[in-house]
Ligand binder design. Structure first.
Ligand SMILES: *Cc1c(COP(=O)(O)O)cnc(C)c1O
Length: 479
């Protein structure tokens, strides 16, 4: 007999029983998909689309939970990505740590919201405690603060908004929050490397500055900002009457994992009165590793830092923070509403996190970080990070010993860009063939040539797995 799907939770005995059974059935359905080691079922895009379209949209009468779960188990779940497969390595797209999957159930069940204290009392206090730990971990002082966001893109955007408002306030005596952009807005310029993330352009567009306000700094052979060229560009732009307001260092570029030198970039920014943001979406996890931490540089000298937990920290999507050297930089997001975050609340000791955030209603993602940190400890994370970085160097060493391959950039974190020497088409074919076999790797370009990419995040990947993949790639060259 099918139990009736309860509308919401309550103390009712039957509701408790049915809820437990719903979670158990869901867990059972999930667990059956662990047996398949392939990252993707391999189903063709057109077949998948038509199968999904056949599922329909909004039935007039609901079918109840059990039938719905069965549809998901049969028609959707088999073609979801098994991100935990060691054979999945195309993007900065992580397998989730087990305890953080459990934490998602708690987050979803209680559904606290981070906008005001009365919508998430313990949630607010946990987020505050995690932010205060994180600012210290990344080398900031007492005045620092930050907020959780939906991802690196939004964290970067928050930092760019703070940078623009800070520059206009302190250098131009113009309050963007009240008055909008200053009349000289088209002269504002942001500097970041030519291999940095596209969220800089998106951010500048949203801020009303446009893509052309983003100046791309050439990189050296290791894909790091060329500091001399950076300074020359800033000088030239000032001579031309432009207004350099911000530079962004990338701590782990998306393709190469290359890390810009923040201390050299800081010196240039100080000489010209600019804000320095570090986009550490990828590389921030190095902070956990005694062995590799110094590769990151001292991020505490930056004005703001983006940390993405849903990348190398292996947390479920979405989970990110933006940290600020000085909490006053976040004032650009503060706006008081009588119904939500009254000014008198502050005097009574309440914290309304909407004051620091671009979002209003916001998930309790901080619980995932709390549970992961407590479950694993610093040393647990160090071992995860060290394994990924170690695997990337092992893979790179194998490639450069073998004349079949080129690998132009030595990895500093855990991604390796490489190609077989048989030309663009051969590389493209290899990626497609591997995908058909359930091994998913990345593809990008370098200096106009098609390159393949491994982004190694999965701590269960072994050297033997890497040897096997290299062997398979060599076989596929000639097929
Ligand atoms: C992934 C990435 C981003 C964007 O982060 P999302 O969490 O995907 O929004 C920004 N910068 C870098 C360097 C990244 O690798």
């Amino acid at each position: 007999m099918e139990a009736k799907t309860p509308v919401i939770l309550s103390a009712d005995k039957e509701v408790k029983q049915t809820f437990r059974s719903m979670i158990e059935q869901t867990t059972d359905a999930i667990i059956t998909s662990f047996d398949d080691n392939a990252a993707y079922s391999g189903k063709n895009v057109y077949e998948l689309r038509s199968q999904i379209q056949d599922l329909g949209f909004l039935p007039e009468h609901g079918t109840g939970f059990e039938e719905t779960l069965e549809t998901v188990r049969k028609n959707i779940m088999p073609h979801l990505l098994r991100t935990w497969s060691p054979l999945y390595m195309p993007h900065l797209h992580a397998p989730a740590l087990t305890e953080t999957i459990a934490s998602e159930l708690i987050i979803g069940t209680f559904n606290d919201s981070m906008d005001s204290w009365d919508q998430g009392p313990a949630a607010t206090e946990i987020e505050e405690a995690m932010i205060h730990g994180l600012v210290k971990l990344f080398g900031f002082g007492e005045k620092a603060d930050g907020t959780f966001t939906s991802g690196g893109t939004q964290s970067n955007m928050g930092a760019l908004i703070a940078a623009r408002d800070w520059f206009c306030n302190t250098r131009l005596g113009h309050d963007v929050k009240k008055k909008g952009l200053p009349s000289c807005y088209a002269k504002l310029r942001l500097y970041t490397s030519e291999v940095s993330h596209f969220s800089m352009e998106k951010g500048c567009h949203v801020m009303g500055l446009g893509y052309e306000s983003v100046r791309k700094i050439p990189v050296d052979a290791n894909c790091k900002v060329d500091i001399k060229k950076f300074e020359m560009m800033v000088k030239q732009d000032i001579d031309d009457g432009l207004l350099p307001f911000c530079a962004v260092a990338t701590i782990g570029t998306t393709d190469y994992g290359s890390i810009d030198d923040v201390s050299e970039m800081r010196k240039v920014c100080d000489r010209y009165g600019m804000f320095l943001h570090a986009d550490a979406s990828y590389g921030s996890a190095l902070v956990m590793s005694n062995k590799y931490k110094n590769r990151m540089g001292n991020l505490g000298i930056c004005d703001s830092v983006t940390v993405d937990f849903h990348k190398m920290f292996l947390l479920p999507i979405s989970c990110s923070v933006v940290l600020f050297r000085d909490k006053s930089l976040q004032e650009c997001f503060e706006l008081h509403a009588d119904y939500l975050n009254r000014e008198e609340d502050e005097e009574e000791g309440y914290i309304n996190l909407v004051d620091k955030s671009l979002q209003t209603t916001r998930r309790f993602d901080a619980l995932k970080v709390f549970m992961a940190f407590r479950t694993r400890g610093r040393d647990g994370f160090a071992s995860i990070v060290d394994t990924a970085v170690g695997n990337a160097s092992y893979f790179y060493e194998c490639l450069i010993k073998d004349p079949t391959f080129i690998a132009p950039v030595k990895p500093e974190i855990s991604s390796v860009v490489f190609a077989v020497t048989d030309g663009d088409q051969a590389n493209k074919n290899i990626r497609k063939r591997l995908m058909d076999e359930g091994t998913v790797i990345g593809q990008t370009t370098k200096d106009g040539r098609v390159m393949l990419k491994f982004t190694l995040l999965n701590p269960t990947l072994t050297h033997a797995d890497i040897d096997r993949i290299i062997k398979r790639i060599k076989e596929l060259r000639t097929v």
